[in-house]
Design a protein around this ligand. Structure first.
Ligand SMILES: *[C@@H]1O[C@H](CO)[C@@H](O)[C@H](O)[C@H]1NC(C)=O
Ligand SMILES: *[C@@H]1O[C@H](CO)[C@@H](O)[C@H](O)[C@H]1NC(C)=O
Ligand SMILES: *[C@@H]1O[C@H](CO)[C@@H](O)[C@H](O)[C@H]1NC(C)=O
Length: 373
């Protein structure tokens, strides 16, 4: 998928360069539309970079391109200022999956929002560089969901001190360790999400990251405690379903592919990109995060009393900027990108309040409950 997209882009960019014969008066190209296939490819690649950079939360998928400004650079390449409407998927960012391979959430579980990103694309030089992004997300309004689907599960505040959440984790981990913890023991690293639903009685569903520690074969109790700096090795789903007579517990896990520490942008084999492009897009290890994700609360929580009130306007404040200079500044790329000084791109303040033609583009999931205004 990446391969075909990248090659498609390459052709388009070359095509665009060859259409203006030398010597002609330069006309700034019109801003592309949010449904332009090149913009959609660029937005998808930017979102891959955002997901790769994140250490917490679930992988975002692209719902629509809300806005785009392209600033063509001297030489080849463009700086894009992207506003993307995103949806969380069910894949954790540590799984390092491609967002296109991750299942969209069901409406009642949805977490949605907006990312702004500055993205430098120079395909002749094989550069895809995301210097900055920021995102703001919220859960779908629980009030709206309660009206549409009163029996759907409800997100719980993610609090391990909640006795139901901690019991669900403890019991499901016990089961997981008995069934799959051969030669090792799994331990809670962090709860990532918790829900409750009335099934045959109050029931709890908890997703949590786990670390592992080795056990000796001979003695069943000889498992080491987790190391203080142990990193998560997988994500598990535990449930506790209660009725009047009994409680049934389940647990299952998905383990992450171990990541070679020296190659931070290694793709799983099914997403192998051409070798030259892959090596040129590798970021140096231990880079600073390029942005952050802010999770805002469900605006309808605690507002059930004014049920008649019309839907509140939900905002997604998100700002990203690398400069305040109106004419911009030179963007300094990591040294392994090998650009000549005069080829370095200029980055402008993020253009706010301008909207390109035909923006926002069409949404993959056009439900207004999960689209930022
Ligand atoms: C977490 O749950 C505990 C026990 O129910 C409660 O005392 C505490 O206030 C909760 N913390 C937060 C941040 O909600
Ligand atoms: C991202 O947002 C945070 C908090 O709002 C802000 O401090 C930071 O400067 C922003 N990042 C960039 C690159 O603009
Ligand atoms: C977006 O582009 C696709 C393919 O080019 C086209 O089929 C679709 O009608 C366009 N949608 C809108 C809303 O312009």
């Amino acid at each position: 998928m990446i391969l075909t997209l990248s090659l498609g882009l390459l052709v388009l960019v070359h095509g665009a360069c060859s259409t203006s014969p030398p010597g002609e008066v330069y006309q700034p190209p019109p801003q592309p539309s949010c449904n332009d296939s090149r913009v959609l490819s660029v937005a998808g690649l930017a979102l891959e970079k955002i997901n790769e950079d994140r250490k917490e939360g679930y992988i975002f998928s692209l719902n629509r391109v809300a806005d785009v400004q392209e600033h063509r650079q001297a030489g080849s390449g463009s700086v894009y200022y992207l506003t993307l409407d995103v949806l969380e998927t069910y894949c954790h960012v540590l799984s390092k999956k491609n967002w296109k391979d991750c299942e969209a959430r069901r409406l009642h579980d949805s977490i949605y929002g907006q990312c702004k990103a500055i993205f430098y694309v120079n395909l002749p030089r094989r550069i895809l560089y995301l210097p900055a992004y920021n995102c703001t997300i919220r859960p779908v309004s629980s009030r709206e969901i309660a009206t549409l689907c009163p029996d759907c599960p409800v997100l719980l505040p993610n609090n391990i001190s909640d006795p139901w959440i901690s019991q669900t984790v403890t019991e499901s981990l016990k089961k997981i360790n008995k069934e799959i913890g051969v030669g090792k023991a799994f331990h809670l690293f962090k709860v990532t999400e918790a829900r409750t639903q009335w099934v045959v009685g109050p029931s709890f569903f908890v997703d949590f990251l786990v670390t592992e520690s080795p056990c000796t074969k001979s003695l069943p109790k000889a498992c080491l405690p987790p190391l203080a700096n142990a990193q998560p090795v997988g994500i598990c789903e535990g449930s506790l379903i209660r009725d009047e007579i009994e409680t049934s517990v389940s647990g299952k896990c998905e383990f992450f592919q171990s990541q070679p520490t020296s190659a931070p942008e290694s793709h799983p084999p099914e997403h192998q990109v051409p070798q030259q492009l892959a090596s040129s897009t590798d970021a140096p290890p231990l880079e600073e995060p390029k942005g952050s994700v802010q999770l805002l609360p469900d605006p309808s929580v605690g507002k059930f009393e004014d049920f008649q009130e019309k839907r509140p306007i939900v905002t997604f404040p998100v700002h990203v900027s690398l400069t305040t200079e109106p004419l911009g500044e030179v963007l300094h790329l990591p040294s392994h990108y090998l650009l000549e000084k005069e080829e370095l791109p200029i980055v402008l303040p993020f253009p706010e309040g301008l909207r390109s033609n035909e923006c926002p583009g069409p949404a993959e999931y056009p439900n207004s409950l999960i689209l930022p205004p």
